[in-house]
Design a protein. Structure first.
Length: 71
């Protein structure tokens, strides 16, 4: 389970870094458009992620194989 938490934290950190970089690049040009660019990039990334999930996530309920596991 800790591997999932690690990837979640790393993914969040990378996402924030990319969005900050895009926004800062716009501010560096002397315009506030960097925030618009960063927001647009996040919308596109969310839309692409949703489309990928539609095709990769199987439909229906998952089948239990091997019975319940007690930890």
């Amino acid at each position: 389970m800790s591997g999932q938490n690690t990837f979640h934290e790393v993914g969040g950190s990378i996402g924030v870094a990319v969005m900050s970089t895009v926004a800062a690049a716009g501010i560096e040009r002397g315009a506030i458009d960097g925030f618009t660019d960063a927001f647009t990039l996040s919308v596109v990334a969310a839309a692409v992620s949703a489309l990928v999930a539609v095709f990769l996530v199987p439909r229906g309920k998952p089948q239990m194989i091997g019975g319940p596991h007690v930890h």
